[in-house]
Structures are given as C-alpha cells and as structure tokens.
Design a binder for this molecule. Structure first.
Ligand code: SF4
Length: 293
C-alpha cells in the first residue's frame, strides 16, 4: 500500500487568495467579470472561474471596452492601464498583491532619484512577465530590466545600481546576479567602481517555503508537484523538489499522472505552487487513492 501525504504548507499565498476571493464575490452578484490576463497561472483554476462568468481579456481588448468592471490580478499593472480604465469609464477591481504594490511604489520613488544620485534602477526578472511589465511601467521608462547574466552588459557602469527583483525569483540567482554586477562594475573601474545596492524584494511567501519543501520532498519516495506550467514560483519550487528528490514530477492535474512512475514506490508527497489551491492537491490525492489503495 502506498502512503499519500499532502504538504500542509502548500496552497494559495494570500495575494492570489485575495484576488480569487474578490472575483468570486463579484461573480456572486454579477453575471460576468473581466479579468485583465489570467487571474492566476493555473489553467484548471482559470477554467473553474470561467464557468462562474470570468472572462479573460488582454490589453488590446481593454482599450475597446467601456463602462465595465475589470479585475487587476495580483501581479499588478503599469500606470497606463489605470489611465485607459479612467478614459473608458471602467471600474477597476484592483487585486494587486500588497507586496507587489509596495514594490511598485519603491521602484517609482527610487527612479525619481536616479538623476540626483547618479544611479540607475535595475529589475531582475523574467522577460515579458506581467509583474515585471508593471514594475517597469511604474519606473516610467527609467529602469533597466535584466533576465540573465548576458543582460548585465546593458547596465551603465558609470552609475550606482539599485537592484530589485521580481517577487518570485530564486533568491540564490538574485545573489549571484548581484555578485556578477559587482564584478562587471569593478572590471570597468577597478579603483573607484560604482556600488550595487541590493533590494531583495523576493516574496517570503515563496522563499520561506524552500527549506520545508526540501525536507518534505526528500522524505517521500516520489513527489508530485502540482502547478500551472507558466507559474514562475511553480517552476522555482519544483526545481527545489527535483534537486533533493530526482523522482519529482511536475503535473498540472491528475491527467498528467503516469502509472509507470509508481513502481516500487512506498510513499508519495503532493505539493504545489502558491497559485495552486489545496483543493487541487486533494483531487490528485483522491485520484491516487483510487489507483493504489
Ligand atoms: S507570491 Fe507573494 S508577491 Fe506574489 S501574489 Fe503571492 S504573496 Fe503576493
């Protein structure tokens, strides 16, 4: 018999939970609600909300919409979205996560000081990620976005660097990038190199799970990690599982499960991203029970 255990630290982070709750509350009163982009990087959850009346729109559709209600998801939006909404008489249901809001404000205030402090704002994140697009927008075009070590060459070596991170980046990668930027500035001017100020803005809701997840993943013969393929924190947290337990599998839902994985397996751990509700973890556990118990 296989032992099946759900990670009790898994489930929605408060930012995503709040966005889902707000959308559900509106959909109880109204027949539909527009969401600017997928409310969460989790296809299964988006489909569940679509059946309740959630309609996903993009920024082009927002421009043509008038007199409606539109939800801003936890990732946040650049100021241009608020301007479009104002022009088109759109009521925004702003579910931007408070942590992201705080980061947007910090970046906006910091970039305003660029000139007088001879510094520059650099945001380490994933190219085209909605949160990063929002952050760059709040910098009013005065921040440089970098996604890889390759991009460091675009930094002006004659100015101090204020380095920020997208909230779901890997903390070790952030530290490495900061080190590489320092090396780049020193190489340019070994005597009076400019400084790097690290603002580690990675969300603790993600990074605080790392140690516990390592213990959980390594204490089972096999680990199923449930999350949308596009979820940044999902990719990161899954990589942690894989590191400590090679028999870790990333699945979106029970349909991705392959029975052949379970040969000689005595215990299975089930965990997920901050965008995976515990309901989805239970569904996977129930499916395994039907298969193996
Ligand atoms: S991961 Fe953190 S920053 Fe992102 S939505 Fe959740 S609580 Fe907010």
């Amino acid at each position: 018999m296989i032992k099946i255990v759900i990670d009790d630290t898994a489930g929605y982070c408060f930012g995503v939970r709040n966005a889902i709750k707000q959308s559900e509350a509106i959909l109880e009163e109204d027949e539909y609600l527009y969401s600017l982009g997928h409310i969460v990087h989790n296809e299964t959850e988006v489909n569940r909300l679509k059946t309740k009346g959630l309609e996903v729109i993009d920024h082009e559709q927002l421009k043509t919409l008038k007199n409606s209600k539109v939800l801003i998801r936890a990732h946040g939006e650049p100021p241009s979205t608020y301007e479009t909404a104002y022009k088109n008489n759109i009521v925004l249901i702003d579910a931007t996560c408070p942590i992201v809001k705080h980061l947007q404000k910090n970046i906006s205030e910091r970039t305003a000081l660029n000139e007088e402090t001879n510094s520059q704002v650099v945001i380490y994140g994933k190219k085209d990620h909605p949160e990063v697009i929002g952050l760059v927008g709040h910098a009013e075009g005065n921040a440089l976005m970098i996604a890889t070590s390759e991009d460091i060459k675009n930094i002006n070596p004659g100015k101090d660097v204020h380095l920020y991170a997208q909230t779901t980046m890997n903390p070790e990668d952030f530290t490495r990038i900061a080190k590489e930027i320092r090396a780049y500035l020193t190489e340019y001017d070994p005597v009076n190199s400019r400084q790097v100020f690290e603002h580690n803005t990675i969300c603790r809701q993600v990074s605080n799970r790392v140690e516990g997840l390592k213990i959980f993943a390594s204490s089972h013969d096999l680990l199923l990690f449930v999350s949308g393929r596009q979820s940044s924190n999902g990719k990161f947290l899954f990589s942690i599982c894989k590191e400590v337990n090679p028999k870790s599998y990333h699945i979106e839902n029970k349909d991705d499960i392959n029975k052949n994985w379970f040969e000689n397996i005595k215990s299975v751990g089930i965990s997920g991203a901050t965008s995976t509700p515990t309901r989805q973890l239970s569904e996977v556990a129930d499916f395994l029970k039907i298969l193996f118990l």
